[in-house]
Write a protein that binds this ligand. Structure first.
Ligand SMILES: O=C(O)CCC(=O)C(=O)O
Ligand SMILES: [Fe+2]
Length: 483
């Protein structure tokens, strides 16, 4: 193996040596994907590697098809930007490996990593470039700023790097120009010319920026405010993000007497022997958390059964099911026949809720795995249009959701109820239950909810969606719209 690859290999090994779990730190996850997607390729194609190039290339080509694709790197960069937005994380801090929310002069640590993984100038460049290529200068600027700062302070270019200080200056200058900040664009372009004085394009840009500033000198002082790119389908973004930022901890005014804990037996012989600790979290909509609904072993078993079948999650769009940016996770459906333990689980859900969960009155168990940055933006579980694929089961709408947390997370990943204005943290082995429909059969719009992005960790949940039919005598209907 060539010396360059050895150095590169040692660097990768030392970064990952003390992570005993699969990658749970978003910064480490991003750099791992980047190392496999672009750094390694850059080492292989570098001039220094030429003496050992054949062996090096053969080794790379053998595994190339199994390595992350550019699309994966892009996804990982977008996940970092999502975390930055939702948790108001500071890019400078992220590049140093810390997860800090900075609001005014207040700095809050959202997570304290055991070890700091800092990003390189080239890592930051790649994140900024993903945003830049999408015309998203709001995100491109801080990441490219950080890249320029790191290139300037370390100065050294590494074999595996895709970009140099000039590339970072070039992109940042143009991003500032696009965002309306001509004076920053000008000074960065001038700095670029110090390193590459013969670059004609940049010389023309400098002239253009000088001319613009001469024509309208106010441009020099006006700090352009760049708007964060809007997500049209998400009007409730501020509430959602605020609820995610609490990481599921409840404000004290929720500690009201009607919200209490009890041992639930629901008059079921099954539960009399082993009551379940129930915590009423909210009344309208009615949301309860059943603690220790499953054991560690059961949770592990369910994850293991689902793992081989996991696929990118989809959502109902008209009559079709499609992957979308607002739901990022993997999921699998488990039939009861997959393991007798799932039948036991159904019995336990039926005993607790008093509902019939046999097919077709409930769906199979949907197991969901969210990686870093994985999320599900505000949505309803029940169908809101008569053409929804949910009606294909011919057992009505989804009357209730029973969701089991099959893992803990290190940070983030809370379940947020937007209009009801509360969020529930991930409580390993607990199950969250709520009614999606009023007794009239009409959807309860107060159940709008979301899965906050996972900041650090690997989140698993399982959904059991219970349908209207079969529950007629278990949850009688009522014509009163409020019930
Ligand atoms: O994962 C969560 O916290 C919520 C998941 C959810 O709402 C869903 O899968 O429909
Ligand atoms: Fe949901």
């Amino acid at each position: 193996m060539g010396i360059i690859l050895c150095i590169f290999y040692d660097k990768v090994v030392s970064l990952h040596e003390d992570s005993e779990t699969p990658v749970s730190n978003p910064l480490l996850a991003f750099t791992l994907i980047k190392r496999l997607q672009s750094d390694w390729r850059n080492v292989v194609h570098s001039l220094e590697a030429s003496e050992n190039i054949r062996a090096l290339k053969d080794g790379y080509e053998n595994v190339e098809q199994d390595l992350p694709a550019f699309e994966d790197l892009e996804g990982a960069a977008r996940a970092l930007m999502r975390l930055q937005d939702v948790y108001m994380l500071n890019v400078k801090g992220l590049a140093r490996g810390v997860f800090q929310r900075v609001t005014g002069s207040a700095v809050t640590d959202l997570y304290n990593p055991r070890r700091l993984f800092s990003l390189t100038a080239d890592d930051c460049f790649q994140v900024g470039k993903v945003a830049y290529d999408m015309g998203d200068y709001y995100h491109a600027i801080p990441w490219l700023e950080e890249s320029v700062r790191l290139f300037r302070s370390h100065g050294k270019w590494n074999t595996e790097d895709e970009a140099s200080l000039e590339d970072a200056l070039d992109h940042l200058a143009f991003a500032y120009f696009q965002a309306g900040n001509v004076s920053c664009a000008l000074s960065l372009s001038r700095e670029f010319l110090l390193y590459s004085p013969d670059n004609k394009r940049m010389a023309r840009n400098v002239l253009k920026y000088e001319k613009l500033l001469a024509e309208s000198p106010t441009q020099a002082v006006v700090e352009a405010v760049i708007q964060r790119p809007n997500v049209p389908h998400l009007q409730t973004r501020d509430t959602y993000e605020g609820l995610c930022q609490t990481l599921g901890s409840q404000p004290t005014h929720y500690q009201i007497p009607s919200l209490h804990c009890s041992y639930e037996t629901n008059s079921s012989p099954y539960l009399l022997l082993q009551p379940v600790r129930k915590e009423v979290i909210h009344l309208e909509p009615y949301v309860v958390l059943y603690h220790d609904f499953v054991s560690d072993l059961e949770a592990q078993k369910i994850r293991g059964l689902a793992e081989p079948w996991l696929q990118r999650s989809v959502v109902a769009s008209g009559e079709k099911q499609l992957p979308v940016e607002y739901r990022i996770s993997k999921s699998a459906w488990l039939k009861d026949t997959a393991d007798p333990m799932l039948v036991t689980l159904d019995h336990r859900i039926a005993a607790l809720t008093g509902l019939d969960v046999q097919p077709p009155y409930a769906e199979y168990l949907q197991v969901v795995n969210y990686g870093i940055g994985g999320h599900y933006e505000p949505h309803f579980d029940h169908a809101t249009s008569p053409s929804s694929p949910l009606y294909r089961m011919k057992s009505g709408n989804r009357v209730a959701t029973f969701m089991i947390y099959l893992s803990s997370v290190e940070a983030g990943g809370a379940t947020a109820f937007i209009y009801a204005n509360f969020s529930v943290p991930v409580v390993k082995n607990a199950a969250l239950f709520w009614w999606n429909l009023h007794r009239s059969g009409e959807g309860d719009s107060d159940t709008l909810h979301a899965a906050c992005p996972v900041l650090v960790g690997d989140k698993w949940v399982a959904n059991k969606w219970i349908h209207e039919y079969g529950q007629e005598f278990r949850r009688p209907c009522s014509s009163s719209p409020g019930d």
